[in-house]
Write a protein that binds this ligand. Structure first.
Ligand code: ADP
Ligand code: MG
Ligand code: MG
Length: 871
């Protein structure tokens, strides 16, 4: 019989896949002898089984849960629903990978009116007993029955107003009792039945709710953003409660062994007296700094410091811990490798190497490549920042710089961003529902909440800038306005926030690009040492190429020549070329373009200093270039000595029903060889010129023919490319060498790669087109139905962002396996968007690609991902 349930004493940290991160670490802490309230973990496999059984818990699993409850009652000496010593538990989700705030937790389960009275009597603490009960009804109603938090929050607010108090802690036992009654009435009015009183019934309801929460919309979004497969499922932890809400000698906190924003070594965290865990995270009250705990709870603090040291040494990484103090006694509720900003991740990894805790390889493996993105994003211009005076200050919760227009709701953030506006989301506090809005915003500013509030944690995870807990803001969310520093701000007003210092500025402060230096440089140095695959960039302009070189690119894997035609007034000559009716006309127009293009290529070769440059010949359908404005059409007609009507006829003739599968790529070279000949001359002349000035550079042009599907196409085009190139080289008396290769972006090219490799010096997988042609849907239109595909679980990711390894990947593998034996010198790369996606980079390494090529800002990500793939 399968084992579906493990007591904390039966598990350990290596069982993460089965027990989830939280469960595995609760077990590990138990094994280390730390003070953990005992309980059990229902496995992730049970979650998967729950879905397989049509969202129900089967008899075998149920029996094991009941057995575990009995064991737990034995260990704790408490019993569910008992008149003497009732057991209260928390029911906590915990997936393999941590998904902070994404899943639901229920505290104080096991309460009913009778049990509350018992608790109140035995403890002499009536307030606490009713506080637990009202919290439980609130969480259970929200999480299990989906009644909605807000009704309960409204009732609390009403009660506070009635009593003339500001904070929950000021409510009395009688107030809380009354609230519990109101909550139950609310529950009954919404659900139509009484609030459940049987602890076991409550428990089963809660367990199902956790399983169910694996499939809630925000969990699905979080998984997609973080590459977590749906199939993993979540475990459920049932744990005896420790109470931080029994009075002023109690409290609850969250702490990190190092600063998650900067990485600085030292205890960092927050603590609230007379509170339960959720209060710290939800930002109900602004908590105190962990150091204040030392004065309030000297003994528990000393013990906690020791626990921190033990855990950090044990896990050899920065720990993020949740704990509670009950009447001065410490209980550990969670530990995990803490989420951190990219900056902190780099510092911690370097420090751990210097402290002898980790090797260089391990340090490289510790950094999430996707995180680096934030470091490559703009920071405030130092001079402008210095000149600006902050109008307020919150906590620097997630670093980076953000400026934009103020919006007050997640929905508005999404809507405004979709219109191309840069927005800063300003909220009282955020909750998991806000996640899409937080993603759409440049930055997040909250009035309440600390460094471990929802907004802070999620923003750090996403690499967004966040300033939290700016209590000076007088917020009026309803009327979309707030007051700060005596000024009223409305929706659409400009604001800037600094997620590093927590400063808030009126108006927009200009931003500048970031640099690779310090710890970033050190980690990238190690990454370069351990990776075997090269990293190139997709760059069309010398400026992009230069940026990419600074970020470590070792060449250009894709230069899209068509972008050059839009510079200045070159488009005029290009349009003349398109609207030519004879070869002579076309050649005359091309002759105007040739020197311009040659100049561009020279600048690229200069910028690359002898590193390889792959130049792709004209690819898009020609109609993309034709004029649409009447005056442009007239201008073209005049230049060509044609009538407006003639030009319009030519333009009309270029119309295609399905241009992405139309007259483009090498088909253009087949119909108009003179275009490819001109581009060949430009490339070769540029290379020869630059080589003259830099004889030590190894300049070897790589000419790439796009969209080849048949060996004969490549052969046909290659013939006049080679003729032209050889003639140029001969005329210049040069010994320049060059290569002619092709993109593999049509499935037929992959299928016949053994033929194609006979003519190609290199392959470059154009996985944007290859994905669209393999799936048979357009990358420009997929957005319309992808969401439905996510909802239906047909896709978990956008195949244009994350390589489809099963299908498209199989074509790639096949092409390499067919091509390399035919042409052992064949070099192979990728230049689709996937070249900068870490999991796709890992796949590319696995199938033996020589290089990946990605956009300049993704180069460091690819370097790190390539190193991780090699380690
Ligand atoms: P999340 O994964 O969202 O952090 P948790 O399962 O960790 O959710 O629970 C949320 C909070 O509830 C935690 O901060 C923790 O302190 C508190 N909590 C959970 N279980 C217990 C317990 N057995 N006793 C006391 N507090 C608890
Ligand atoms: Mg937690
Ligand atoms: Mg393509």
């Amino acid at each position: 019989m399968a084992k579906w349930v493990y007591m904390f004493t039966e598990g350990n940290a290596t069982m993460r896949n089965l027990l989830g991160g939280k469960g595995a670490n609760l077990a590990e802490m138990t094994n280390l002898g730390l003070p953990v309230p005992q309980g059990f973990t229902i496995t992730t496999e049970a979650c998967t089984q729950y879905y397989e059984d049509g969202r129900s818990i089967n008899d075998e699993i149920m029996a094991q849960i009941m057995e575990a409850i009995t064991k737990m009652e034995g260990v704790t000496g408490k019993k569910f629903g008992d008149k003497e010593n009732p057991l209260l538990v928390s029911v906590r989700s915990g997936a393999r990978a941590s998904m902070p705030g994404m899943m639901d937790t229920i505290l104080n389960l096991g309460l009913n009116e009778e049990v509350v009275n018992t608790l109140a009597e035995k403890s002499g603490n009536e307030r606490w007993a009713w506080d637990c009960y009202r919290r439980f009804i609130q969480m259970y109603s929200d999480v299990v029955m989906e009644v909605g938090k807000k009704y309960f929050e409204e009732l609390i607010d009403e009660m506070k107003t009635k009593r003339g108090v500001k904070q929950d802690v000021e409510l009395t036992a009688a107030d809380l009792h009354e609230l519990a009654d109101q909550f139950k009435a609310e529950y009954k009015s919404k659900i139509g039945s009484d609030f459940p009183t049987d602890p076991k019934e409550q428990l089963v309801g809660a367990i199902k709710a956790v399983f169910r929460s694996w499939d809630n919309p925000r969990a699905n979004v979080y998984r997609r953003d973080n590459d977590i497969p749906y199939s993993w499922g979540t475990a459920v932890n049932v744990q005896m409660m420790a109470f931080g809400n029994m009075g002023d000698d109690c409290g609850t906190g969250v702490a990190f062994t190092r600063d998650p924003a900067t990485g600085a070594n030292g205890l960092f965290g927050e603590f609230l007296t007379n509170a339960q865990g959720e209060d710290v995270v939800a930002g109900v009250r602004t908590p105190m700094h962990i150091s204040e705990m030392e004065q309030k709870f000297p003994e528990a603090f000393v013990q906690f410091k020791q626990v921190c040291e033990t855990l950090e040494k044990h896990y050899r990484d920065m720990q993020d811990m949740e704990f509670t103090v009950e009447h001065g006694k410490l209980y550990m509720l969670q530990t995990r490798n803490g989420k951190r900003t990219a900056q902190a991740a780099l510092k911690i990894a370097c420090d751990l190497v210097d402290e002898g805790m980790r090797t260089e390889e391990e340090a490289v493996a510790m950094i999430d490549p996707r995180n680096l993105d934030t470091l490559l994003h703009p920071q405030f211009d130092a001079a402008a920042l210095k000149a600006a005076t902050p109008m307020g200050k919150g906590l620097g919760a997630s670093p980076g710089a953000a400026c934009g227009k103020i919006v007050f709701s997640a929905e508005d953030a999404v809507e405004w961003a979709a219109r191309g506006e840069k927005v800063v989301l300003v909220r009282l506090e955020t909750s998991p529902e806000d996640i899409t809005g937080m993603k759409a915003a440049q930055g997040i500013l909250t009035v309440r909440g600390g460094m471990t509030s929802h907004a802070a944690v999620v923003a750090r995870g996403m690499g967004s800038c966040c300033v939290s807990g700016c209590g000076d803001i007088a917020m009026d969310e309803e009327n979309k306005k707030f007051t700060l520093a005596g000024k009223e701000f409305h929706e659409g007003d400009a604001i800037s926030i600094d997620g590093t210092t927590g400063n808030i500025y009126d108006g927009l402060i200009p931003t500048v690009d970031a640099k690779i230096a310090g710890e970033f440089g050190r980690i990238m140095g190690w990454a370069d040492k351990y990776r075997t695959m090269k990293v190139r960039t997709n760059a069309d302009t010398p400026a992009d190429a230069k940026k990419a070189r600074e970020l470590g690119a070792e060449g250009i894997g894709l230069c899209r020549t068509e972008h050059m035609f839009f510079e200045g007034n070159r488009i005029d000559a290009f349009r003349e070329m398109i609207c030519s009716e004879t070869v002579e006309e076309r050649e005359a127009a091309l002759a105007k373009i040739l020197p311009e293009q040659q100049g561009d290529f020279e600048k690229l070769y200069e910028a690359l200093e002898g590193n390889p440059v792959t130049i792709r010949f004209l690819d898009p359908p020609l109609h993309e270039f034709v004029p649409t404005e009447e005056e442009d059409i007239k201008k073209l007609a005049d230049a060509q000595g044609k009538t407006v009507e003639q030009i319009k006829t030519i333009i009309a003739s270029l119309h295609e029903f399905n241009p992405m599968m139309g007259h483009r790529g090498c088909r253009l070279a087949v119909t108009y060889p003179e275009i490819a000949k001109m581009q060949t001359s430009a490339v070769i002349r540029a290379a020869i010129n630059v080589k003259k000035n830099h004889p030590d550079w190894n300049i070897k042009p790589e000419i790439m023919i796009p969209l080849v599907g048949d060996i004969k196409e490549l052969k046909y085009v290659k013939k006049f490319v080679v003729e032209t190139a050889d003639a140029e080289i001969k005329a210049a008396g040069s010994d320049l060498e060059y290569e002619v290769g092709t993109m593999i972006e049509i499935p037929r090219a992959a299928l016949t790669a053994d033929d194609i490799a006979k003519e190609a010096d290199f392959f470059c997988f154009g996985t944007n087109d290859l994905t669209q042609m393999t799936y048979g849907f357009s990358r420009d239109d997929a957005g319309k139905f992808l969401n439905a595909y996510y909802d239906a679980k047909i896709f978990e990711n956008d195949p244009f962002a994350k390589l489809d390894q099963v299908g498209v990947g199989k074509l790639m593998k096949m092409a390499i396996q067919l091509g390399k034996p035919v042409n052992p010198k064949l070099h192979v790369g990728i230049c689709g968007e996937h070249g900068g996606d870490p999991s796709s980079v890992e796949f590319c390494n696995e199938i033996g690609l020589d290089y990946v090529s990605c956009s300049p800002f993704r180069v460091p990500i690819a370097r790190l991902a390539a190193a991780q793939a090699a380690i």
